[in-house]
Design a protein around this ligand. Structure first.
Ligand SMILES: [Cu+2]
Length: 134
């Protein structure tokens, strides 16, 4: 009986380990308010799947946009900046969401902004630092 229990424990341990390997290993949390990202700076490994958990504690719709390498939205984010969007998501006030995106292969710094009119100027800006894995 003891051996049987030990076997069960070993199997459970293996199952838990297996589960631990699934899904993105890099998780980042961000809270949006009117008008900031908190925190506003993130570091992720190149090419990895990133699990991003966003909570929205503000009162107006916001977006989380990662601009392509070497680009930024300038003073305002407008139509002309859409071609430079690497990845984006929108979130309604009071909601939270967990989404997965793949980090860029190119190491470097990427601008993060909210694309809603006027929000970049109001301070919704951040930085994604992508680093080569050790
Ligand atoms: Cu916003």
């Amino acid at each position: 009986m003891k051996k049987f229990l030990a076997l069960i424990v070993i199997i459970l341990a293996l199952l838990l380990t297996a589960c631990g390997d699934s899904g993105p290993s890099t998780k980042i949390n961000v809270s949006m308010t009117d008008f900031t990202f908190s925190p506003s700076e993130f570091t992720v490994p190149t090419g990895e799947e990133i699990s991003l958990h966003i909570t929205h504690d503000g009162t107006v719709e916001h977006s989380f946009i990662v601009m392509k390498y070497g680009t930024d939205a300038g003073e305002i984010f407008d139509e002309a900046d859409n071609v430079n969007v690497f990845w984006e998501m929108d979130l309604q006030p009071g909601n939270s969401k967990t989404v997965v995106f793949t980090a860029p292969e190119q190491p470097g710094t990427y601008q993060i902004i909210c694309g809603m009119t006027g929000h970049l100027q109001s301070g919704m800006i951040g930085k994604l630092t992508v680093v080569n894995q050790q």
